[in-house]
Write a protein that binds this ligand. Structure first.
Ligand SMILES: Cc1cc2nc3c(=O)[nH]c(=O)nc-3n(C[C@H](O)[C@H](O)[C@H](O)COP(=O)(O)OP(=O)(O)OC[C@H]3O[C@@H](n4cnc5c(N)ncnc54)[C@H](O)[C@@H]3O)c2cc1C
Length: 463
C-alpha cells in the first residue's frame, strides 16, 4: 500500500520509518527546502548553522530515544548533568540539581532543598504542594486542565516567589508562555515524569546541528528503504471525495495531485486547518481544531568574539524573556571551533515583540543578556540571527486539552500525527514521536479490519 505523508518534522519522519518497517511504499512531502520542522537547521550566507530552536532532550523521552536507537542514531546527543542552572542579576549563577545517587522523587526534593533560588519556608511549601503531582497519575493531571498553573500553584499553598522564581521559567521553557497562561497540566506533567521515572531529568543536547546529526541520516535510511522524501512540496489542499467519503489525493502548490491508498497529515495544526476542504472543516472533529492556536516564539543567536560563559549545560533565567539558552560551542562539540561564544536563546513570551525589527529586537535581547552575563559587555558582538516562529507549539491554555484530536479521523483513509494530537506527553519532540506511534497503531487497525486497502486491489468478483 502507498502512504502519502505531509510534513517532514519529527512526527512525519517517525510515521514514515514505521510504515516502511511494515512494507508500505512511502512518500514524505515537506513544504520547506529543509527537513526537520521546528527542529530544523540550515546554513546562513557565512556557512554558519541557523537553528529553528534550541532543543533539549530529556531522559524521559523514552519513545524518541528508542526511535533514534532503531535508526542507528543513538549517538547524536551529548548528555549533561540533571541540573537547572539559573543565571540571575541578584544571585549570579545558582542552580537546582537533581541529586544523582538518590531515587526519584527524592533526587528532585533534595535538589529543591539545596537550591538558593527560594527561601526555606518556600521550599517547605513547595515540597508539600507538589506531593500530589509527584505521586499523581494521568487522570489526576487531566482533571487539572481547566485552570492555569499559577492558580493551581497558589491554591496549593505555594507562594508567589516560587511561582515567579522557578515555575514561570519552567512554563516558559516548556510552552513559551508564563504560568498565568499555561494549563496546570503542562508543568505538572513534566514534574510527574521527572519525579516518577529514574533518569527522566537527564538532559541532552544534539552534538551539532540536527540537520547533519539527525535528518540527513534519517533521509538516507528512508531512501534506502525505497521511500521518497520530497522537499519544496507544499500541500495546498487535501482532496476529499464527498461521494465515497475518502481522501483521494494531496494537491500540491504546483497543481500535482499526489495519490496513495492512505494519507497522513503530520503538519502543525495551523497548517492542517489551511488545507482542509470546506466539507471537512464543517465536521465537529475538524472544526474543534480552531481551539488549538500556535504559540509565538523567537530564536536568537548571538556570536561573540570570545567566550562569555563557562556553562556546559542549558542556562535558565527568571523574570526575563531569555527563559532558556545555551552557549553552543560549550554544549555541542561540533560547534566548537575555538573562536567565541554562540549564544542560542529562546525568547519568550514573544507575542508582543515578534513584529519588532531586528535592531529593536537585538537591543532588547542584548540588554537582558548583559544583565545576566555582565562580562559579555567586554566582548564584541560579531553577528546575530533571529528566527521568528509565529505558530510554534499549540497554546496549551487552560481548558484546551479536550480539543486535541485523535490520530484516527472520521475519514477512513486520513490519519493525523503531530505533537498537538492526543498523546500522553507534552507538545514536544517526545510528544511528536508518541503521536506517530499512535498514528501507526490506528493505521494497523484500519488495515487489519479492511477500512484501508490498495486502490489497485482487484475488485471482488461477485457471481
Ligand atoms: C524555539 C523552539 C524550541 C523548542 N525546544 C524544544 C525542546 O527543547 N524540547 C522539545 O522536546 N521540544 C521543543 N520544541 C518543540 C518541538 O520542536 C516540537 O514539539 C516538534 O518539532 C513537533 O514536531 P511535529 O512533527 O509535530 O511538527 P513540526 O516540527 O512543526 O513539523 C511539521 C512539518 O510540517 C511541515 N508543513 C507544514 N505545512 C505543510 C504543508 N502545507 N505541506 C507540507 N508540509 C508542511 C512543516 O514545514 C514542518 O516541517 C521547541 C520548539 C521551538 C519552536
Amino acid at each position: 500500500m502507498r502512504a502519502i505523508i505531509a510534513g517532514a518534522g519529527p512526527a512525519g519522519f517517525a510515521v514514515a520509518k514505521w510504515l516502511t518497517d511494515r512494507g508500505y511504499e512511502v512518500v514524505l512531502l515537506e513544504k520547506r527546502d529543509v527537513p526537520g520542522g521546528k527542529v530544523s537547521a540550515w546554513r546562513d550566507a557565512d556557512g554558519d548553522w541557523v537553528e529553528s530552536g534550541l532543543h533539549v532532550f530529556f531522559g524521559a523521552y523514552r519513545n524518541l530515544l528508542s526511535f533514534l536507537d532503531e535508526c542507528g542514531l543513538n549517538d547524536c546527543f551529548d548528555w549533561k548533568p540533571a541540573e537547572m542552572v539559573f543565571a540571575s542579576p541578584e544571585h549570579g549563577r545558582t542552580g537546582l540539581r537533581f541529586v544523582p545517587f538518590l531515587p526519584p522523587p527524592l533526587n528532585g526534593l533534595a535538589g529543591v532543598a539545596a537550591t538558593k533560588l527560594v527561601s526555606w519556608p518556600d521550599k517547605l511549601r513547595m515540597a508539600l504542594g507538589l506531593v500530589r503531582p509527584i505521586f499523581g497519575s494521568h487522570a489526576y493531571l487531566d482533571a487539572q486542565d481547566e485552570q492555569s498553573y499559577a492558580a493551581w500553584h497558589l491554591r496549593h499553598g505555594m507562594g508567589e516567589r516560587s511561582l515567579h522564581g522557578i515555575m514561570d521559567t519552567m512554563s516558559l521553557a516548556l510552552q513559551f508562555q508564563t504560568a498565568e497562561n499555561v494549563s496546570a497540566k503542562v508543568p505538572l506533567l513534566a514534574l510527574m515524569y521527572f519525579a516518577q521515572e529514574p533518569g527522566a531529568a537527564r538532559m541532552g543536547l544534539v552534538k551539532g546541528s540536527p540537520h547533519e546529526r539527525i535528518w540527513e541520516p534519517m533521509i538516507a535510511l528512508l531512501e534506502q528503504r525505497g521511500a521518497e522524501v520530497r522537499l519544496n512540496a507544499r500541500v495546498q489542499e487535501i482532496r476529499y471525495n464527498q461521494h465515497d467519503g475518502r481522501v483521494d489525493g494531496f494537491l500540491l502548490e504546483d497543481g500535482e495531485l499526489v495519490e496513495g491508498d492512505l494519507y497522513i497529515s503530520a503538519m502543525p495544526v495551523h497548517s492542517l486547518r489551511k488545507v482542509l476542504p470546506d466539507a471537512l472543516k464543517q465536521q465537529e472533529f475538524f472544526s474543534n481544531l480552531k481551539h488549538l492556536k500556535g504559540q509565538p516564539v523567537i530564536t536568537a543567536q548571538l556570536y561573540f568574539d570570545r567566550m562569555v560563559t563557562d556553562v556546559d549545560n542549558l542556562i535558565f533565567s527568571a523574570g526575563t524573556r531569555l527563559s532558556v539558552y545555551a552557549d553552543m560551542p560549550r554544549v555541542a562539540p561540533d560547534y566548537n571551533d575555538d573562536t567565541g561564544s554562540i549564544i542560542q536563546l529562546v525568547v519568550a513570551p514573544a507575542a508582543d515583540i515578534i513584529a519588532l525589527d531586528d535592531a529593536a529586537l537585538l537591543e532588547l535581547v542584548l540588554e537582558e543578556f548583559y544583565k545576566l552575563h555582565p562580562i559579555a559587555r567586554e566582548a564584541r558582538l560579531l553577528k546575530h540571527t533571529f528566527v521568528r516562529i509565529p505558530n510554534s507549539v499549540y497554546q496549551a491554555r487552560p481548558g484546551v486539552d479536550k480539543y486535541r484530536p485523535d490520530q484516527a479521523t472520521p475519514v477512513p483513509n486520513l490519519f493525523l500525527a503531530g505533537d498537538f494530537t492526543q498523546q500522553e506527553f507534552l507538545a514536544s519532540i517526545e510528544g511528536a514521536i508518541r503521536s506517530a506511534g499512535r498514528c501507526v497503531d490506528r493505521i494497523d487497525r484500519a488495515a487489519a479490519n479492511g477500512t484501508i486497502q490498495e486502490r489497485s486491489a482487484p475488485a471482488e468478483m461477485v457471481i
